[in-house]
Design a protein. Structure first.
Length: 68
């Protein structure tokens, strides 16, 4: 293998590694978005996880009779 082949081969492996890292990051990021964690919205009632949320803010909102 000469220098030119080595550079081409290294470039291909580097590109493959970058694509793999980006794919892994996007897959992990999407999995985190599906978590029922609060997104720190100022109004709990607008959250799609409000009925299942266990954070104190949501408990306080439900206690005030503001559940929707």
């Amino acid at each position: 293998m000469d220098r030119k082949e080595f550079i081409h081969s290294s470039g291909r492996w580097l590109l493959l590694a970058i694509i793999g890292l980006v794919t892994g990051f996007l897959a992990l990021n999407k999995r985190i978005e599906k978590d029922p964690e609060c997104v720190v919205l100022p109004v709990c009632r607008g959250c799609n996880q409000f009925s299942k949320c266990t954070l104190p803010q949501a408990d306080k909102q439900r206690g005030n009779g503001e559940e929707s």
